[in-house]
Design a protein around this ligand. Structure first.
Ligand code: UDP
Length: 320
């Protein structure tokens, strides 16, 4: 297939673009490099440096078989302080992309959605039928886009799939996480092992969990990318399907730090800090629907494998 990958210079976008190229697809990456890195774009992709909202219509005037839409603003804290950046950058940009797809009859869309659309659910594990009550602007914008996709798919025959990611981690060879502002647990812990930080802060030890620290569902970025390929193949005209992507197993912050200690051989000092605003105690996915309907089976669900691949990537980058 000939595919447009928006945000293909970012973490998940670059891994998916690499997987698509490996699978023999023709890939055009569009990215404004506001948070992505040009050298993260996999070999074999054509690259257009542009803002999706202004470039989509012209790009899609050439026939494409589908779009994988990753380009987005994705910092929860920033989304609360600067909502305009998120409503504009996520919702308005996605509407322009949908309009361009409608205008040119692009048949398939795979959208990078998030567990943040659910907010603080009362049930665990979270299924796709769990109520969506986002607690931050980032999650609200992603949910708004999901609603828009549902309408466009029904009215204009687009075959669409939204994938709601839980905690994406790990690396796919030379493609991994390189955020300028790092807020995620595993890369922060690995920065301590590399000597770039003195210690990791544990945000709260008084949560209603077995060891008192928050529980999250970590999914390997390569498994996540594989789900995108399956989603693309399964997209059915006029339908919008939504799938959670996680391993269905939760690990606490302390368990993550312990695994990082085992993998890196570094003592990784940790200090308990106050809770971080907006953090739910436990977020674990049921990905039953993705397994049944997409035939997706995560191959790298082991936390040690996830951390080992992230560590390998981090050390390679440090040496380069
Ligand atoms: N966390 C932490 N210290 C850090 C970063 C994160 O204790 O320096 C915790 C955070 O409170 C959450 C979990 O690690 O419970 C995962 O956070 P992350 O930001 O990686 O992902 P999120 O679940 O917020 O999307």
């Amino acid at each position: 297939m000939k595919l447009l990958v928006t945000g293909g210079a970012g973490y998940v976008g670059s891994v998916c673009a690499a997987r698509l190229v490996e699978a023999g697809h023709e890939v055009v990456v569009v990215d404004d490099l506001s948070t992505g890195h040009a050298d993260a774009i996999p070999d074999g992709c054509k690259f257009v440096e542009a803002d999706v909202s202004t470039a989509a219509s012209e790009l899609l005037s050439e026939p494409f078989d589908g779009v994988l839409h990753f380009a987005a603003k994705s910092l929860v804290g920033e989304s609360m302080q600067d909502p305009q950046k998120y409503w504009q950058g996520n919702v308005v940009t996605s509407l322009r992309l949908l309009d361009a797809m409608r205008e040119h009859g692009t048949p398939r869309l795979v959208f990078s959605s998030t567990a943040a659309t659910y907010g603080e659910p009362e049930v665990t594990p979270i299924t796709e039928d769990t109520a969506t009550r986002p607690t931050n602007t980032y999650g609200a914008t992603k949910l708004a886009i999901d609603h828009a996709i549902t309408s466009y798919a029904a009215a204009h025959g687009i075959g669409a799939v939204s994938l709601r990611y839980f905690n994406v981690a790990g690396a796919h060879g030379a493609f991994g996480e390189r955020h300028t502002v790092e807020t995620h647990l595993i890369p922060i812990v690995l920065q301590v092992a590399l000597g770039q930080r003195e210690q990791v802060q544990i945000f709260g030890e008084d949560w209603p969990t077995a060891d008192g620290t928050c529980i999250r569902d970590y999914i390997h970025v390569t498994d996540l990318a594989d789900a995108h390929l399956l989603a693309l193949e399964s997209a059915a005209p006029g339908q919008h399907r939504i799938y959670n992507l996680g391993n269905g197993t939760g690990f606490s912050v302390k368990q993550v730090i312990d695994t990082c200690r085992e993998v890196t051989g570094h003592p990784i000092p940790a200090k308990v800090a106050p809770r971080r605003a907006g953090d739910p105690a436990t977020l674990v996915a049921s990905s039953q629907r993705a397994r049944e309907e997409l035939g997706w089976t995560p191959q790298r669900a082991d936390l040690e494998v996830i951390v080992r691949d992230a560590w390998e990537f981090t050390r390679q980058r440090q040496g380069s």
